[in-house]
Design a protein around this ligand. Structure first.
Ligand code: 1GP
Length: 275
């Protein structure tokens, strides 16, 4: 009986958020909203990616996410993750498009389900196939619901998505609440890399009003104004990829990161009245 009790406690211990998740939550607590940088191995040589990651860390990004919608080479992914890890102190989080995007050299992985895919594989199939690999590698899984808006992006096509309408916040909010009730601790509102526009602030706000879990927003954020608006609306984490990959503009990145904090500081939400 005693033995049974101890193993139950050990099991419960293992279910608690790990080191990277605690770091993320601490940083959000301190800053209101944090920034993460997405780097795609298809767009960099490994040394180049390491240099870029260092620059992003210097500007104040909170973590480096590595992944992409296609991923041409698993070897290149491995090399990128390894060298980035050697060059920055912030966590490296995998952002997988499929099971070949798992590298043993990362700290954590967004363990994500594409909730509005029409294909079983992207909702739970790839996750089933990847789960034991993640366990063997000792990667920290960060349980996340992934919602894709709009139809003209790579993620939408590859993930066989039934795109969410960007201006119908209540639809996204319903999915996000379902994710929370399923035990996911993050929800990612994705406009798609290179999207024309970021997720509208009203939609972020509708999700914020519905859930307590951590909200990640990315896709099409290209200016400090975008970052400010999305953060003010309630995002906890803002992700950018293209602005760094294309322009390597440290100054712009720094402004986007600062704007995320300022947006969070400017939130003035009326207290909800209980009916
Ligand atoms: C894509 O949300 C990320 O998954 C980043 O998008 O490249 O448009 O910044 P961008």
């Amino acid at each position: 009986m005693l033995h049974g009790m101890i193993s139950l406690l050990k099991r419960l211990e293992r279910l608690k958020p790990g080191r990277v998740e605690r770091y993320i939550l601490d940083e959000i607590e301190k800053n209101g909203c944090i920034h993460m940088t997405l780097l795609d191995p298809d767009n960099f040589y490994p040394e180049e990616m390491a240099k870029c990651a260092r620059m992003c860390e210097e500007q104040g990004t909170g973590a480096i996410m590595i992944g992409g919608s296609i991923l041409q080479s698993q070897t290149a992914l491995d090399e990128c993750v390894k060298i980035v890890k050697e060059n920055v102190a912030i966590p490296i989080i995998l952002f997988p498009n499929n099971i070949n995007a798992i590298s043993r050299h990362a700290d954590a992985i967004w363990f994500m389900s594409l909730l509005n895919s029409t294909d079983w594989y992207y909702i739970v199939g790839a996750q089933m196939q990847g789960s034991f690999i993640i366990k063997r590698y000792g990667l920290e899984p960060l349980p996340m619901g992934y919602l894709v808006f709009g139809s003209d992006t790579a993620v939408s096509a590859i993930g066989r998505v039934l795109p969410l309408p960007p201006n119908k916040g209540e639809v996204a909010a319903g999915y996000a609440l379902a994710a929370q009730y399923l035990g996911m601790r993050f929800i990612y509102l994705e406009a798609g890399s290179g999207a024309q526009n970021p997720i509208p602030p009203d939609t972020v706000r509708a999700v914020r009003d519905a859930v307590e879990i951590t909200i990640v927003v990315g896709g099409g954020i290209t200016s400090s104004k975008d970052s400010y608006m999305v953060s003010k609306a309630g995002a906890d984490i803002i992700v950018t990829g293209n602005i760094v990959e294309r322009s390597k503009n440290a100054e712009l990145l720094s402004r986007i990161i600062r704007a995320a904090k300022e947006g969070a500081a400017s939130r003035q939400w009326p207290k909800k009245t209980l009916l």
